[in-house]
Design a binder for this molecule. Structure first.
Ligand SMILES: C[S@@+](CC[C@H](N)C(=O)[O-])C[C@H]1O[C@@H](n2cnc3c(N)ncnc32)[C@H](O)[C@@H]1O
Length: 319
């Protein structure tokens, strides 16, 4: 996380407008508010301006030092308390009745929102506390995207006559944030997860969805995006074809592209599990033509990390 990340995030007018409208609609005078993942402190200041009595800005990155300065320059030091801590483990002097956050990952859950909200609900919130965002829906779709697959194929080429293809595992098991190419959808998108943050949420997710392939093409990867309802009627929608948000869309490249025909069925299981490195996602898929399996894949973010030894295919990944 660097300053450009925060600039891209808070400089996006669509995102900022949605957060300002949602926070103004939700904050009530006297509220005690938590802002887990506070970054440079902007959401905390919007909540304070909207009438919160106290805001706890919780951020694990040293950027919190800069948030303190920003908050001081805006005369809000008395009402906003900055805490450098893991929001999934933080202890606070009082319980809050509202959480506002942007811990929305490209695939909805990949910024540890489930672990953090589970902790906050158990230890830091009144039982009837309100949440912003309220609900996050995550959709997936098989996608044809030859350009996005080139970085994987790169490692098949010998370099100075050496075989560097072992590096392919790192490239293939790493989801990226991209603008999905237009007209790449090979099927109707499917809703995989609905996270109702108003209720206690589990710390892991798993869902199997089946896609009917609607046209012939090369299946290069799985696209994913979210629809977040921040407050009643205020949405952020990162779907392809919508105005591009800082998240863009997610793309999980297959190790090897599969050739699909209209009428094929793709059965896809997407999992999100808590690992020491945070929430990591896995994708398992089977492409069926009639009763025959014509291709299968197993991908896991775990295997896209340099510290994952290649013999960990048993975790659901594909080397
Ligand atoms: C998408 S940014 C949002 C920043 C800020 N709320 C804003 O709107 O400008 C997410 C922030 O959450 C922080 N973060 C991620 N995991 C965290 C954790 N477990 N505890 C505290 N902060 C965390 C990141 O460092 C990052 O600054």
């Amino acid at each position: 996380v660097n300053v450009e990340y925060h600039r891209d995030l808070i400089g996006d007018p669509v995102r900022l407008d949605a957060y300002v409208r949602a926070i103004q609609a939700v904050v009530r005078p006297g509220d005690i508010v938590l802002d887990p993942g506070a970054g440079t402190g902007l959401l905390s200041m919007i909540a304070a301006r909207a009438g919160a009595r106290r805001v706890y800005a919780i951020e694990n990155h040293p950027v919190i030092q800069v948030a303190r300065e920003v908050i001081e320059r805006n005369g809000l030091t008395e009402r906003i308390t900055c805490i450098q801590a893991d929001a999934g483990n933080v202890e606070l002097p009082e319980k809050a009745n509202l959480v506002i956050s942007d811990l929305i990952g490209v695939f909805g859950v990949d910024l540890d929102i489930l672990r953090i909200y589970a902790h906050l609900r158990a230890h830091c919130l009144e039982h009837d506390a309100r949440v912003l965002p309220r609900r996050i829906e995550v959709r997936f779709c098989p996608w044809q995207a030859p350009k996005l697959h080139e970085p994987i194929q790169f490692w098949d080429r010998p370099l100075a006559d050496f075989d560097v293809s072992a590096v392919r595992r790192l490239a293939a098991n790493r989801p990226v944030s991209v603008v999905l190419p237009k007209d790449g959808a090979l099927a109707e998108p499917k809703l995989a997860w609905t996270l109702d943050l108003k209720q206690p949420v589990g710390e892991t997710v798993e869902q199997t969805v089946t896609f009917e392939i609607s046209r012939p093409g090369s299946l290069h990867g799985i696209g994913g995006w979210f629809l977040a309802e921040l407050s009643p009627g205020v949405f952020l929608d990162s779907a392809p074809g919508r105005p591009t948000l800082p998240w863009r869309q997610g793309f999980m490249p297959l190790t090897t592209a599969l050739t699909a025909q209209a009428g094929d069925r793709l059965e896809l299981t997407v999992t999100g599990t808590q690992e020491p490195a945070g929430m990591l996602l896995g994708w398992r898929g089977n492409l069926q033509r009639g009763d025959t399996t014509i291709g299968a894949f197993q991908l896991h973010q775990f295997l896209g990390e340099t510290w994952a030894p290649p013999d960990l295919a048993s975790r659901g990944g594909e080397a």
